[in-house]
Design a protein around this ligand. Structure first.
Ligand code: 2AM
Ligand code: CA
Length: 305
């Protein structure tokens, strides 16, 4: 059974939360920060991550006090604590999966490449995903079965305000005739040839067989048109959905990094799921996303070592 919560309300809560949190960290990117190490020098957190998470929790709890919230900053560092935390809640009726600041290393280094990622799942199925890039002022959003869209924070805020006002007056759902949302429709790239493809990944590959994964990755890089490693899984997925990057893979990520992005890629017409099986869902940790099925097949073959 699908969630019977009004879509406009879910969307408005997610959009407003993402924008307030993203604007909060954008304004603090150049200030000095207390940096705490989580599992390694490559895995860090700042007080701003927690502040952004609190902003998002505040928005969701104001409308949905009984929903379950899974935020990156509430979970102990390390893969096994993350897997346990996700398993414990993955079948909840109403679950929000929140990465308040994806790309924390970039944030610490004053590199303007970080996003907010928020997903809503109903009984384990991701229904809604929002990724907000406050530096480029881009909101990427998808609702399951209703497409993927891009807009500015201002347009998104205006839409939320209008929806809330209209519903107060008429209590009816506004459905647009042609398009679910009046924004630019996202469309993945159609590129099939690996030699022309612009790919993205995250290094170092984490987990037990790190060097084999890195070797396979280097083979792909040698075959590809070019490679980017931007340091934010959610931003990579948003750019796959927008057709800017043709393929992306990364190992050992958590649901909060990728839940929203996987839905946005799929709704933009792309392939996104686990490396090897292609299965999606909240338990995916090794992710592959591409514009075309041909490129997905090619990358899977090269990655399966
Ligand atoms: P973060 O910035 O929220 O930590 C970069 O390769 C991607 O991997 C980012 O999305 C980053 O999220 C995530 N990441 C960084 N360190 C990680 C770790 N130790 N385990 C899992 N994911 C990590
Ligand atoms: Ca993250």
């Amino acid at each position: 059974m699908l969630s019977d919560l009004p879509k406009y309300e879910l969307l408005s809560v997610a959009i407003r939360a993402a924008i307030e949190a993203g604007d909060h960290f954008r304004e603090r990117v150049d200030s000095s920060k207390q940096v705490k190490m989580k599992t390694s020098f490559a895995d860090v957190v700042t007080e701003v991550d927690s502040q952004c998470e609190a902003i998002i929790y505040k928005h969701i709890r104001a409308t949905y006090p009984h929903h379950v919230l899974l935020g990156e900053e509430q979970v102990a560092p390390g893969s096994s604590a993350s897997i346990e935390a996700i398993n414990a809640v993955s079948e909840e009726e109403h679950l929000w999966i929140i990465d308040p600041l994806d790309g924390t290393t970039n944030f610490v280094q004053h590199m303007r490449l970080s996003v907010v990622s928020i997903a809503y799942a109903h009984k384990g199925k991701v229904m809604l995903g929002v990724i907000y890039d406050p530096y480029h002022d881009e909101v990427f959003l998808a609702y399951k079965g209703r497409g993927a869209y891009r807009t500015s924070s201002r347009e998104a805020q205006i839409w939320c305000d209008l929806q809330i006002a209209d519903h107060k007056e008429k209590s009816v759902v506004i459905e647009h005739t042609n398009s679910f949302l009046p924004w630019e429709t996202l469309q993945v790239s159609k590129r099939q040839e690996i030699e022309k493809a612009i790919l993205a990944t995250g290094f170092p590959a984490r987990g037990g067989i790190g060097s084999e994964r890195t070797d396979a990755g280097l083979k792909i890089v040698a075959a590809a048109g070019n490679l980017r490693a931007i340091g934010s899984a959610a931003l990579h997925l948003a750019w796959i959905a927008a057709g800017r990057v043709d393929g992306y893979w990364e190992y050992d990520l958590n649901a909060w990094d990728i839940a929203a992005g996987i839905l946005i890629v799929q709704e933009a017409g792309g392939q996104a799921g686990a490396i090897g099986s292609g299965i999606d869902g909240l338990r995916v940790r090794d992710v592959l996303a591409t514009g075309t099925a041909t490129l997905s097949h090619m990358l899977n073959t090269l990655l399966l070592i």
